[in-house]
Design a protein around this ligand. Structure first.
Ligand code: SF4
Length: 320
């Protein structure tokens, strides 16, 4: 197993609201290893993006981390000053968001974004930074002369490639990609995923890939973590997870994905919707939607346990 890049333990994140406290992430522990792509999947509102933002300490108010640790490079990110976090973001931990226009300044040329990023965190002079930017953008399949264009002159796919380029520019130890393909059409999405896979293998990038799209995870992830209602419910290497998912929620997610080899006429759609996180159901939070729910599931919360080597789940079906 490669070295640990990030270790999250017992993380809890609350959003105090007038109606009560929404516990968006509840006691989540997760390790990310160097050179792997960890897919983090689940329905909207399950806490996966909140977890990504918490690693960067960029939770929007009133979101608050109320417990746990996030260890990166031997230090607990929750104990760093804002200045120390600012130095870490971009340089050591980079991000690729769903809509790159929210990260790219529309008034700055693409070259300015690269130069600013490289010179803020690196030591290159202006000419050296520009040469590096031209090399990077060329590697991303964009002609170097386009460096002086503005973001609005780029397509959505090209803007996403620029975001990856900015992460590569600083040789980040960890990239958090949050729904990076959601704004792309299917052709551009496929091209972007191909490029990301090539870059990941070439540079041994460590990526947390946050998405609701199981197909995207199947393309790229080495391991997959599944979240439901703020909890981690399954974690395994990608192949065993897709071949033999253990948790009924993961099974439901997989069977609701269109599949060319599907023999039945209709897709199986998971019934119900995720619970209210101010008053989550007692016991297993999935029990109101679970086709295998038992009496015990309604009252006792299952622990997150390793059922087979490297394959973890939180479900009473696997209690020996
Ligand atoms: Fe379903 Fe029970 Fe397993 Fe929860 S613990 S997923 S309700 S079988």
């Amino acid at each position: 197993m490669n070295e640990r890049v990030l270790e999250i333990s017992n993380l809890r994140i609350d959003y105090p609201t007038r109606a009560g406290i929404v516990r968006a992430v509840d006691d989540v522990s997760l390790t990310v290893y160097s050179g792997e792509v960890l897919g983090l999947v689940g329905e909207s509102g399950c806490g996966k993006s909140t977890l990504g933002m918490a690693i960067l300490r960029l939770l929007r108010p009133p979101g608050k981390i109320v417990g746990g640790k996030i260890i990166f490079d031997g230090q607990n990110l929750l104990e760093l000053s804002e200045e120390e976090m600012r130095r870490l973001r971009g340089a050591r931990i980079s991000t690729v968001f769903q809509d790159p226009m929210t990260c790219l300044n529309p008034l700055q040329r693409i070259s300015d974004h690269f130069l600013e990023t490289i010179r803020t965190h690196g030591s290159q002079d202006k000419h050296e930074a520009r040469r590096l930017a031209a090399q990077l953008i060329d590697r991303l399949g964009i002609r170097a002369e386009r460096l002086d264009d503005y973001p609005h002159q780029f397509s959505g796919g090209m803007r996403q490639r620029v975001m990856i380029g900015l992460a590569l520019a600083l040789n980040a130890d960890l990239i958090i990609a949050d729904e990076p393909t959601t704004s792309l059409d299917v052709i551009v999405e496929a091209q972007f995923l191909d490029l990301l896979r090539d870059l990941q293998q070439q540079f041994k990038l460590t990526i947390i890939l946050i998405t609701h799209n199981i197909g995207v995870v199947a393309e790229l992830a080495d391991r997959v973590a599944v979240m439901y209602a703020g909890k981690l419910v399954e974690l395994a290497e990608a192949l065993p997870l897709f071949d033999t998912p253990l948790h009924p929620y993961t099974r439901g997610l997989l069977s609701s994905v269109p599949n060319i080899s599907l023999t039945e006429d209709r897709l199986q759609i998971m019934s119900g919707s995720p619970p209210d996180l101010i008053n989550p159901p007692p016991g297993c939070r999935f029990h109101p939607r679970c086709p295998r729910a038992m009496e015990r599931c309604r009252v006792e919360e299952p622990l997150f346990k390793e059922v087979e080597l490297g394959h973890w789940t939180a479900c009473w079906l696997y209690e020996k």
